[in-house]
Design a protein around this ligand. Structure first.
Ligand code: BF8
Ligand code: SF4
Length: 634
């Protein structure tokens, strides 16, 4: 763990406050975990059966394998792909929930949801092969939602997943078929992977990794349909100007944080809050103020311009302001410790999903049939809590920064289209060919307290921008840039290299927005990374090269969650070089580590590399961009 906890000034202030009141935060708990167990850290601890834990102890006779005979490479490979299974399950289950809701909309069962973006519905329908000509919106909706749900239960292994098939070029699909990683059904592939990694099933590390990649393709499939259907239900993001950091919490308002990942309820809270300002005023506040944390925050930021309070590692600190009246959480990346933090204040923690409860917090069983009323009840709970707020405990850091966000693929292409209406993607290709920009990087992923909170996210962004790399961002990484004041036009002036500045000047002149474009385009939550991949696929096509020849890299400086492992893995399968800023638990097996960092490139064109040092990582990322083969291939 790093000596410095965070680069965020507001978070530092709140950490002092936590210390004052004696609350131990995640930063204290991270310290308490040191030193880490080397076996776990390098991935050579197996707990897959009850004979374990088995560790690799090469110096002891019989200790160089687990009790069943599993070698280090089997143990490391199994552990790694089980992360992927967890991540893919989380993302795709999120997608399934949205799909089910959309189907119920089509069946006329829900009154609080509707098709908000029928144009996107038609685009998605056409892409996945659903007939649109002369059909009404609800009939198309029903078929699209049904096609999404069919991704989960399909067991016929002669068939393939619809979404990745519809959005990926034929050569890459063929490569996946040849390497036997093309999935048929999401549930099937995830169950097979758990089977494959059961004690005494597969011990071949390469075969296990291929099983893992199959699950990773289920992850992107579930992600893609989640994004498409969320856009259909709630609208596709357009550029918005808002703010980020704890200063977005307002002392004179009823503050409600929307935290987690799923927009189904949070969008309803946004809608209900618009109607309920007077109830908050009647309680003595000047209104209701919504703020976002983690990816639910990104969802409502993209579509509604809701401000970002903070990101994953600092979620407890939003409670430390003493002005958070309710925190509404759904699924994933929600620290169980929020409840203990809330106990120091008047804050209500409200869980809303059947699979996510925190002992001692309020559970509102979210009912999509009664969604707006559920949202209203939650807001009323926050208003009641506000009445009990202790003004003497309120201490909100006066720190917030302007954020320009809302860059769905559609809105990115719309901006490019202002320069080249016939062929928007050409604008990016022209800039690459002219050497104005070197390439594109996606800055993604989590917070991980093995390093200093947000430090490497921002340091890598600055280095890449200086080297004329056009930046996309999502998840908690995007939030790190937003919190640090880097997601606006000022940051372009401050950090972009000359070529990137010129590119932005042309875009700004054409875009016709009331604000300047930001240093990095925030594409949304982690479930939305298919937006990036779709852009790369379009680039490859326009450049006439293969995916892995596009000057594109991915960086997850603080990867933490199982979802991050799944995301990184499908990126590699798509041909993308993927930097991870923490040393991955694959290093316990030279063989497995070599497969994912070297051999993967021979097979897929993409590969992982681990580099905790921001400067070294940036240098390597720029080098890789420059080495990509597009010039020779075009
Ligand atoms: O899906 S970046 S800490 S919040 S997992 Fe979680 Fe990681 Fe944040 Fe969003 Ni993504
Ligand atoms: Fe040990 Fe093998 Fe069981 Fe793993 S599966 S815990 S290596 S006996």
């Amino acid at each position: 763990m790093s000596e410095h906890k965070t680069i965020d000034v507001a978070a530092t202030q709140m950490l002092d406050r936590a210390k004052e009141i004696g609350f131990l935060t995640t930063f204290d708990r991270a310290k308490a975990q040191e030193p880490r167990c080397t076996f776990g850290n390098t991935g050579i601890c197996c707990r897959i059966c009850l004979q374990g834990p088995c560790r690799i102890l090469p110096k002891k006779p019989g200790g160089n394998k687990g009790i069943c005979g599993a070698a280090d490479y089997t143990i490391v490979a199994r552990n790694t792909v089980r992360y992927i299974a967890g991540g893919a399950a989380a993302h795709s289950d999120h997608g399934r929930h949205i799909a089910e809701t959309l189907l119920h909309v089509a069946e006329g069962k829900l009154h609080d949801y509707k098709v908000t973006d029928p144009d996107k519905l038609v685009r998605v329908a056409k892409r996945i092969g659903v007939e649109t000509e002369g059909r009404d919106v609800m009939a198309i909706t029903k078929d699209v939602a049904s096609a999404a749900l069919a991704e989960f239960g399909r067991v016929d292994e002669t068939q393939e997943l619809t979404w990745i098939n519809a959005y990926t070029d034929e050569k890459r699909l063929d490569l996946w078929r040849k390497t036997t990683i093309m999935p048929s059904g999401i549930n099937l592939s995830l169950a097979q992977l758990l089977h494959q990694t059961h004690v005494g099933t597969d011990s071949d590390p390469v075969n296990i990794i291929f099983g893992g990649l199959k699950a990773a393709l289920c992850d992107i499939d579930g992600q893609h349909l989640a994004t498409d259907l969320s856009d259909i239900l709630f609208g596709t993001g357009v550029p918005v100007v808002t703010e980020a950091n704890l200063g977005a919490i307002k002392a004179d308002k009823v503050n409600i944080a929307l935290h987690g990942h799923n927009p189904l309820l949070s969008q309803m809270v946004v809608n209900a809050a618009k109607e309920m300002q007077d109830e908050a005023k009647a309680a003595g506040a000047t209104g209701i103020n919504l703020v976002g944390i983690c990816c639910t925050g990104n969802e409502v930021l993209m579509r509604e311009g809701v401000a970002i309070a903070t990101n994953f590692a600092t979620q407890e600190l939003a409670v430390m302001t003493g002005a958070m009246d309710a925190m509404v959480v759904d699924v994933q990346c929600i620290m169980p410790s929020l409840r203990s933090a809330a106990e120091c204040f008047h804050t209500k923690i409200v869980t809303t999903m059947p699979i996510m409860k925190i002992p001692g917090s309020y559970h509102f069983a979210f009912d999509e049939h009664n969604a707006i009323n559920s949202a209203k009840e939650i807001i009323r709970l926050a208003i009641e809590a506000y009445k009990n707020r202790d003004a003497s405990k309120v201490s909100i850091p006066e720190i917030k920064n302007t954020v320009v966000a809302g860059f769905s693929l559609e809105s990115i292409l719309n901006i490019f289209g202002k320069i080249n209406p016939e062929n928007p993607i050409r604008v990016l290709v022209d800039a690459i060919e002219a050497g104005e920009i070197k390439g594109i990087a996606s800055l993604i992923g989590c917070n991980n307290l093995k390093g200093t909170h947000d430090q490497n996210h921002t340091a890598i962004a600055i280095e890449l921008a200086k080297n004329d790399v056009f930046l996309l961002a999502g998840g908690c990484s995007a939030q790190a840039h937003a919190l640090a004041g880097m997601m606006n036009g000022e940051a372009v002036k401050k950090y972009a290299g000359e070529g990137l500045k010129k590119f932005f000047a042309r875009l700004n002149a054409a875009a016709g927005l009331t604000t300047e474009l930001p240093l990095m385009f925030h594409t949304g939550s982690c479930v939305d990374y298919s937006r990036q991949q779709d852009l790369v696929n379009m680039l490859a096509k326009e450049m006439g090269v293969e995916n892995h020849e596009v000057p594109y890299v991915v960086s997850a400086p603080e990867a933490m969650s199982e979802k991050a492992v799944a995301i990184g893995s499908w990126n590699v399968a798509y041909g993308n070089p993927t930097h991870v800023g923490v040393i991955a638990p694959t290093v316990g097996s030279q063989l497995v580590n070599d497969v994912v960092t070297k051999i993967a490139e021979d097979v897929f064109g993409g590969f992982f590399f681990w580099e905790p040092d921001a400067l070294k990582a940036s240098e390597r990322l720029v080098e890789i961009i420059e080495e990509r083969n597009w010039k020779n291939a075009m």
